[in-house]
Write a protein that binds this ligand. Structure first.
Ligand code: WTA
Length: 633
């Protein structure tokens, strides 16, 4: 049943933002505590001549003060973070007051290590409260954090440290996920062998593993914590000062450092968290994402805390110790709003309803999903089995680049359709365009672009503003191109169909085909490699690699496994190819360009419709490739 008051409110918001966007956003900006209230709102342009993204440029505020200090008077003793470790029940909680003290102390330790406003700090952490504490401590003193997912390899970590010239690394002795040990400090040491500019490593004790500490460089957080004061004044930050960098994969080259700034980002996550989840003092909000990804930034840390909510940080996996983990933990912690990825839903659905129904879910009131398209079957299972048909499902479409949710149903107001993220939030202007950039109207399919800036939009690719423009604003002049394909139905609902560029979405994690290819060709036996996505029942998409070996190297099952392990070691487990086919030749045009369209069809096992192959230098390779197709793991 639609809630009429809320429906009216939403309609008014849409109307208000269309009529006078700046006035609307300046009003929304009052959700935050400003040191200096902005009078300017949107000063962005997507055009080449005066390109730039800027919001609230004359405003001043501090993100950590907004996430913590302003709640102290009203809810200092309320829980802020509920930590749930890998073992069920292993955890602790922090109130807003406790969080304040920890963040201040951490900020003071950072300062003592030479960290200042603008210093880049890399985090390589498990999902423990200290990850959020360290992020907020950076924000408190104006340092720019770059969180690198703990599943990335030492090389990937080193690349990301080097790219943003971090001088400080925060890590832990180790992590534990699904009962397995993750050697974070050991990996960090390997990475740091390539990063001479890192002067200081702050190590949080998590597992108690015996780890090597380098004199002069490495310090234990628990030793330093008591040596510094419990108060730290938040730094006065301009709304457009950088808040964080987060690396994400694109269709070409190395991962790029997506840069978000202070005011617009914080407003976007505050606004979308409240609009979509509306958590109040009785709610317990659980977003299962890792802080290594944008969802963890926006909806584990910044969005919930800016709204004064209770947020769960989970350092485990959905199927450990058994596939009932999410629901057992939800029941025990009193979770009311649950937000996860379609991959997890599909994996759990396969285990059977029993794992869900044996736990009491009467406290759950809202379910969310993010990260990849959700198939209607998984959506219905989530809504009806997990949500007992009474919890709305909020499918949120957004990206690292957008800062927070963009297309999603406001619960209780926008009717849902299984598999559709429904309609844009107020202030979001999606359009569908054809290959030439012509705007398509009505029920149609096309490439998804956003026609106007919104406060949470990324501001740059760190260190390469030109690449920012080229990547997102040059394909369709004057518009932000998302890289996604999309269908709009007769009711104006949006159905994201997936990436149309060379990005593969594996279990909701973005992987660039170029990255996997360069990892493969770095192996001594590989001459050439081409990587495409393939459909995968659980992961949504899997990684399919075509590999040409160097002359004289014989293929074998052993080498196939070796190459998979190699990629895993080079990038991290999420990049492991699901299928690897040895290909004596790749389909190339006469000018030497690999025709990926053909490789995609083979990977999808859709070989009846390979299309025109007459422009290939050697059409014969296609038959060999079709004959040699392998199935995925
Ligand atoms: C995909 C994650 C369909 C999409 C927040 C996008 C989705 C990419 C959805 C961004 C959704 C995310 N439905 N597809 N609800 N949410 N995507 O940067 O292809 O890790 O471009 O951000 O994930 O992934 P990213």
């Amino acid at each position: 049943m639609p809630d009429t008051a809320k429906a009216q409110q939403l309609a008014q918001s849409h109307e208000a933002v269309e009529r006078d966007p700046d006035a609307y956003w300046l009003k929304q900006a009052e959700r935050l505590d400003w040191i200096r209230l902005p009078e300017k709102a949107n000063e962005s342009s997507f055009e080449k001549a005066d390109f730039g993204i800027s919001w609230f440029a004359d405003g001043e505020l501090n993100v950590s003060a907004n996430c913590i200090d302003r709640h102290l008077a009203t809810r200092g003793d309320q829980t802020a973070i509920i930590f749930e470790g890998d073992e069920p029940g292993e955890g602790r909680t922090l109130t807003y007051r406790e969080l304040h003290e920890e963040v201040c102390r951490f900020a003071n330790v950072l300062k003592a290590e030479g960290c200042k406003k603008g210093t880049r700090v890399t985090l390589y952490m498990p999902m423990i409260p200290e990850a959020a504490i360290a992020m907020l401590a950076c924000a408190r003193i104006g340092a720019v954090h770059s969180v690198v997912f703990g599943g990335f390899s030492p090389d990937s970590l080193a690349d990301r440290i080097t790219d943003c010239e971090s001088t400080i690394l925060i890590t832990a002795d180790g992590g534990r996920r699904g009962g397995k040990r993750i050697p974070l400090k050991e990996n960090a040491d390997k990475a740091l062998a390539k990063c001479p500019d890192v002067q200081s490593v702050i190590v949080v004790r998590r597992t108690g593993d015996d780890v090597a500490m380098t004199d002069e460089r490495d310090v234990w957080w628990h030793e330093r914590r008591g040596e510094v004061g419990a108060e730290c004044e938040p730094e006065r930050m301009n709304a457009e000062d950088p808040l964080f960098i987060l690396y994400t994969s694109g269709s070409t080259g190395k991962p790029k450092g997506v840069l978000h700034t202070t005011g617009g980002y914080l407003l976007w996550v505050t606004y979308t968290f409240d609009t979509l989840f509306g958590a109040d003092a009785d709610d317990v909000f659980w977003c299962t994402a890792d802080v290594g990804w944008v969802t963890g930034h926006s909806y584990v840390v910044y969005g919930p805390l800016a709204n004064g909510a209770k947020t769960v940080m989970f350092d485990g996996v959905p199927n450990y110790p058994d596939p009932g983990r999410f629901w057992e933990t939800s029941q025990r912690l009193g979770v009311t709003i649950f937000y996860t990825a379609p991959t997890a839903i599909r994996a759990l659905m396969r285990e059977g309803d029993e794992w869900v129904t044996r736990h009491d879910r009467s406290q759950l009131r809202l379910l969310g999903t993010v990260g990849e398209p959700i198939n209607p079957e998984a959506w219905n299972w989530y809504a009806n089995v997990v949500g007992e048909g009474r919890c709305p499902v909020v499918d949120t479409w957004w990206q690292t680049e957008t800062g927070g949710a963009m297309i999603a149903p406001v619960p209780g107001v926008v009717d849902t359709k299984p598999g559709s993220a429904t309609k844009p939030l107020p202030g979001v202007m999606p359009q569908l365009v054809d290959a030439e950039g012509a705007v398509l109207e009505g029920a149609t399919s096309g490439n998804l672009v956003i026609a106007q800036s919104w406060p949470g939009q990324m501001r740059s690719v760190y260190g390469d503003h030109e690449r920012f423009f080229q990547t997102y604003f040059s394909t369709y002049a004057g518009k932000y191109f998302t890289g996604d394909g999309c269908r709009r139905d007769e009711d104006g609902y949006y159905w994201i169909t997936g990436r149309v560029d060379d990005v593969i979405n594996v279990s909701g994690h973005r992987m660039g085909t170029a990255e996997v290819e360069s990892a493969l060709v770095a192996h001594e036996d590989v001459a050439e490699a081409a990587v495409v996505g393939m459909p995968h029942d659980i992961k949504g998409q899997g990684i399919y690699a075509f590999v040409t070996l160097k002359a004289g190297v014989a293929d074998s099952e052993e080498l196939r496994q070796q190459l998979k392990t190699w990629v895993r070691g080079e990038i991290g487990p999420i990049a492991t190819p699901d299928a690897l086919q040895f290909a004596p030749g790749l389909p190339k045009t006469r000018s030497g360009k690999i025709m990926r369209r053909i490789l995609r069809k083979i990977a999808e096992n859709d070989t009846d419709s390979l299309g025109d192959t007459s422009t290939l230098a050697d059409p014969g390779v296609v038959d060999d490739l079709v004959a040699g197709r392998v199935s995925g793991s």
